[in-house]
Design a protein around this ligand. Structure first.
Ligand SMILES: [Cu+2]
Length: 117
């Protein structure tokens, strides 16, 4: 009984951590080509700092077969890309001015952000 309660408490702690406390790490790009893993409902990395004023290539590696993961959309840039499983999915972004640019799947379950500075 005590064990079950303990398990329940751990589960609640995990839920609280995931939904309220967890903030994705910021990745600093050292090159203009960034590889992004698409799996388990998250882009990895999902918060990416890039240099403003240079072209950037993103390379999406889709591991999630769910239809949810299929399309990545860059609303501010008016770009989208269909992601195929098991191959590299490259998208070239124009040189960005300083600011934040979102990217997400059709349903906005997968979410990411480019920070150009
Ligand atoms: Cu989705």
């Amino acid at each position: 009984m005590l064990f079950i309660n303990l398990l329940g408490a751990l589960l609640i702690a995990a839920i609280v951590w995931w939904f309220w406390l967890y903030t994705p790490k910021r990745a600093q790009s050292t090159s203009n080509q960034i590889k992004i893993l698409v799996n388990n409902g998250v882009y990895q990395p999902s918060n990416i700092t890039v240099s403003a004023g240079t072209k950037i290539t993103l390379d999406f590696d889709r591991q999630d077969p769910a239809p949810c993961a299929e399309t990545v959309i860059f609303p501010q840039l008016d770009l989208s890309l269909a992601l195929k499983m098991g191959q590299s999915n490259r998208i070239e972004l124009p040189a960005l001015s300083e600011g934040q640019y979102d990217f997400h799947c059709q349903m906005q379950m997968y979410k990411g952000k480019l920070i150009a500075e």
